[in-house]
Design a protein. Structure first.
Length: 311
């Protein structure tokens, strides 16, 4: 028997596979068995209702997708009244993904969710704009990361995950700041800022002009960041970015991820996550791996010269 279970600082998952926020919806329950997943990460929501960005919101590219959805939200009350009851009828733990404009607003959301039965943890989407820092994402800098995580940690004792952004020049300092303020795990990461232009109309392909790049093309960047974070913090890493198959999942785990989130690939094939779970068990059996956690951080990163000398 292969043990696919993983432990994210006290929160046990039956396997390391979960959806990335914003790429998963209730209707998928008609396509896949929700009880097979390691956890649920629901679409990011805000305290108040939000309309989101103007259309068009999605642009398909080679090996990637560009989106500028803008976090449309029905608000906190709707999430508690409708989303939570739907997902708590299933076995996997429910992780609520939240967004806010300020650290204080993040804290208010976390405090409200702390009292809601069925919520197993909070994913703070600190990749979103901070209006107190001229619209720059919280996770761009360690100072603003520390500010929001401290506020969140003071507001709740629920497991707290920070979703980082790759649009920073110093992912290590940001990760360390989140850890220092009491974050339980890091989600590495979110989309890369990008743009696409229709050369016939000379207009941007997104109504918001700029958008987030996701899909296979960003995997090397997020894989590198996962490795860097694993080497420099002591809390679990949840890899996210361009994961399309079992091979990608194993790469992320070898780089240091305890678990992974699958996003854009679900749009291509809604059964991607279930396929990965099934194939992970087969791969582990074929490679003598009895517990999936053996893969985490197992990359052989000995310098090539030293490795050849040893062999």
């Amino acid at each position: 028997m292969i043990d696919l279970s993983v432990n994210i600082k006290g929160l046990k998952l039956q396997n390391p596979i979960m959806p990335a926020s914003g790429t998963f919806a209730d209707g998928l329950a008609e396509v896949i068995d929700f009880n097979r997943l390691g956890a649920f990460v629901t679409k990011t929501f805000t305290k108040e209702k939000r309309a989101g960005n103007p259309i068009p919101r999605i642009c398909e590219l080679d090996s990637a997708m560009l989106n500028a959805i803008g976090i449309p939200s029905k608000g906190l009350e709707d999430y508690i009244e409708n989303t939570v009851p739907f997902y708590t009828q299933y076995q996997p733990p429910l992780i609520a993904s939240i967004s806010a404009n300020t650290a204080a607003e993040f804290a208010i959301l976390a405090e409200s969710l702390h009292r809601v039965p069925g919520i197993a943890g909070i994913e703070a989407n600190i990749s979103c704009p901070n209006i107190e820092a001229n619209g720059k994402a919280f996770a761009i800098a360690p100072e603003t990361t520390a500010q929001v995580i401290k506020a969140l940690r003071n507001a709740t004792t629920l497991p707290l995950w920070a979703k980082l952004t790759p649009n920073t020049s110093d992912i290590i300092s940001v990760a360390q700041a989140a850890e220092a303020e009491g974050c339980d795990a890091l989600v590495v990461g979110n989309t890369l800022l990008g743009m696409s232009i229709d050369i016939q109309t000379r207009r941007p392909n997104l109504g918001n002009i700029l958008g987030g790049l996701s899909g296979p093309s960003i995997k090397p960047v997020l894989l590198r960041m996962t490795y860097q974070c694993f080497k420099n913090v002591n809390i679990p890493i949840i890899g996210c970015g361009g994961i399309s198959n079992t091979h990608d999942t194993i790469e992320y785990m070898m780089a240091g991820a305890t678990a992974v989130q699958v996003g854009t690939a679900t749009f291509v094939n809604p059964s991607t996550m279930i396929t990965i779970i099934d194939e992970l068990e087969i791969w582990c059996a074929n490679h003598g791996i009895k517990h999936i956690s053996e893969l985490t951080g197992s990359v052989n990163d000995t310098p090539f010269e030293a490795y050849t000398a040893l062999s």
